[in-house]
Design a protein around this ligand. Structure first.
Ligand SMILES: Nc1ncnc2c1ncn2[C@@H]1O[C@H](COP(=O)(O)OP(=O)(O)OP(=O)(O)O)[C@@H](O)[C@H]1O
Length: 464
């Protein structure tokens, strides 16, 4: 089942009109009582396979992938591709997109690549039928008033909704599980939770379960008594104890070896740790924030992660969206990244069109990759045409887009490179087409043709 971000404590219910207008299934931001809110319609995606029970999932702010393997909503139908299609709430309604499936999406005899669904619509996927149902009145979800939470920046609706949720949970002691791709800012958010919590004056201790050899994790986390292992010449305190009174951030918790998982479970349940080689337990007062880029539920199904530990960790589960799902955050992030450089720079210092290119890229490495690209760009501005965005997403198709053939992907990269290359030369030659063509080593006529093909106009429209 797909887990949408849950905002139940602060949900305000709106009266449901007797006939549902289309506007009631769109995402829309509005201001009420000095605060921004978003309308999230209560929608359920139901898929009826040819045999067996229907499967269903709620559609929240997160996109929902439907398929037969590795999808959020799993359908037991062999005519359905692993990741068959995606549904996403947008400002225009519910977007349905084919993810390059074998048997496609068919509605009234028409094969769909992309469509806006209205409740009651029925779409064939393989031999199953997908439908969208309204389950009740829309929810009003609060948005964080500022485009940052602690050190984490985000002006998009998804991030502001996440910030509001994390701010609410910061005051409690429940364990928080942050799920998201690498480089999306999970550690930054864990720190922001700590800083917004009553434990802010206590320690914030980070332990990356993937960075330490499995055999050393136990002593590192829970401590060890003298002689517990070769080289343990004296007793040592584990990180759990060092985090006493504060927050323990367990990064990449999905990498925690199966045999150590009961120890962590015990710490979460009884607030007790037993050092390696020790016979007595010690009490700890820590709030745990855990994170992983792995699909932990799948690990539970595969038997590599304990179900009881998963439920214990996911008391509050929050999804950190990948950067490609919130390109509107990029200008803000780039601005801050530039400002933090030495000497500080601004967006105006970027080469022309650099920001557009950055927004066009899919950022598989998320904000970490963006940070590196911006640093490279300020060191070597002439490399702007080699920015990842110049490849216009095609080199890294996201799971939201139907996969391209090699030829389509290569063509798109070349097109995108040519466009950026032409623009740069025209800018450098102040819109003089002949001069730009000379620099590019091609004829003026050819450059003209290319400009028409790419829809590029010379700055100032000068011909010669
Ligand atoms: N929302 C954000 N605002 C500002 N900086 C960010 C944001 N998200 C990530 N970063 C920056 O990107 C880099 C990676 O962030 P972070 O380590 O928190 O990501 P992560 O999700 O924990 O990654 P991993 O899973 O690889 O550990 C850091 O330099 C961080 O400061």
């Amino acid at each position: 089942m797909h887990a949408a971000i849950s905002f139940h404590e602060k949900t305000v219910l709106l009266p449901m009109p007797s006939r549902m207008p289309l506007s009631s299934i769109t995402l829309s931001v509005f201001r009420h009582a000095q605060q921004d809110w978003i309308h999230v319609p209560a929608l359920r995606v139901v898929v009826r396979p040819p045999r067996g029970e229907p499967v269903a999932a709620l559609l929240g702010l997160e996109p929902l992938v439907v398929g037969s393997r590795g999808a959020d909503l799993l359908v037991p139908d062999r005519t359905i591709s692993g990741k068959h299609c995606l549904l996403r709430l947008t400002e225009e309604g519910v977007l349905l997109r084919d993810l390059g499936s074998k048997n496609g999406l068919v509605m009234a005899g028409v094969r769909l690549k992309e469509a806006l669904l209205i409740p009651g619509a029925q779409v064939m996927m393989g031999q199953s039928v997908l439908s969208l149902e309204l389950t009740g009145p829309p929810q009003q979800v609060p948005l964080w008033p500022e485009p940052h939470f602690g050190g984490a920046l985000g002006a998009s609706v998804r991030m502001r909704a996440l910030f509001a949720q994390l701010h609410r949970v910061a005051t409690g002691t429940e364990t928080v599980l942050l799920l998201g791709e690498s480089g999306t800012g999970k550690e930054l958010l864990a720190r922001a939770i700590h800083d917004a919590s009553p434990r802010r004056d206590g320690p914030f201790v980070v332990f990356d379960c993937s960075a330490v050899a499995p055999s050393l994790i136990e002593a590192e986390l829970f401590g060890a008594v003298k002689g517990a292992y070769t080289g343990a010449i004296q007793s040592r305190e584990g990180l759990a104890e060092q985090a006493n009174g504060g927050t323990l951030f367990l990064d990449e918790v999905g990498e925690l070896p199966l045999e150590l998982q009961p120890k962590l479970l015990r710490m979460l349940e009884a607030r007790e740790v037993r050092p390696l080689g020790g016979s007595s337990v010690r009490t700890v007062d820590v709030r745990v924030v855990a994170a992983t880029h792995r699909p932990l539920r799948e690990q539970v199904s595969a038997g590599s992660f304990r179900q009881d530990l998963y439920y214990r960790l996911a008391v509050i589960e929050a999804h950190v969206p990948p950067l490609r799902e919130r390109p509107e955050d990029i200008p803000l992030l780039v601005e801050r990244l530039l400002a933090s450089q030495s000497p500080p720079r601004t967006l105006a210092d970027l080469p022309p069109h650099a920001l557009e290119m950055l927004q066009a890229h899919r950022w598989p490495g998320n904000v970490r990759e963006l940070r590196n690209a911006v640093t490279r760009l300020t060191l070597f501005p002439s490399l702007v045409s080699l920015l990842p965005g110049a490849e216009a997403a095609t080199a890294h198709p996201s799971q939201e887009e139907p996969p391209l053939t090699l030829r389509e992907a290569r063509d798109a990269v070349i097109q995108s490179f040519e466009r950026a290359y032409i623009r740069r030369h025209l800018e450098e030659n102040e819109g003089n087409v002949s001069a730009a063509a000379r620099r590019m080593g091609i004829s003026r006529q050819m450059l003209h043709r290319m400009m028409v093909e790419h829809g590029v106009r010379a700055p100032g429209h000068r011909e010669d």
